[in-house]
Write a protein of this length. Sequence first.
Length: 257
Amino acid sequence: MTDQNVELPVKLNVRFPLADGRALVQGPLTYNQDGLATRHNCDFCKDPRFAHAYEVGMVGGRPGTQVEWRVHVALWVADQARQLPGDFVECGVNTGILSGAIMTWLDFGKLSDRRFYLLDTFAGIPDEQISDAERAVHVQNFNRKYQDGDRLFEMVKQKFQPWPNVSIVRGRVPDTLSEIRSEQIAYLSIDMNVVEPEIAAAEYLWPRLVPGGFVLLDDYGWAPHYNQKLAFDVFAKKHGVHILSLPTGQGLIMKPH
């Protein structure tokens, strides 16, 4: 990229990148949430269909949470998966932001030949699944943000009641993976915050993922979850695939044809 002159609001002309190599995001910013700051176009946020899907996804979410771009990515992935045979699976649901938005976006209730499986403890990360390496970066502290398990589970059941083809499975992964009856999976979302259940789910479900199917990793690029990144890099090498690292912090895998 060549240098260019940029006029800032204070009427200073600054050349980017700076002489010391710093690459700054040049304003005005169009999006500055969830670890992502950019001046790039994000008109998708204004789209009424997106806004409705996002609103449904955010039902029950923590106040102040803004994850529009992560949801935007998930909706794109879901659109592609919709063109393939197979069911949808989300391992790590919490309040169901991504899955709620996707079901609304795709009008999933009308896809009578599909099921959407939602797997979660609905009580945070099982303590015995947190490795020493993950404890060293205080991953266990993520449990502070989870709601009371019974209350959360009841809220999620109510939230997804409008969709008859959803299966909510409460319990610890990998113990609950056998509840997924699908022989074909087109979309798999993984967001359980620690290595053990995430790799277990990926290995268990990979053979059922259809060619061209997607695995969306919510934590792949986030600093506290570096151990998960390392584990999925090994997983990807083993299965002969590459992970697309996204500026949202997500990672994306497509199973080869």
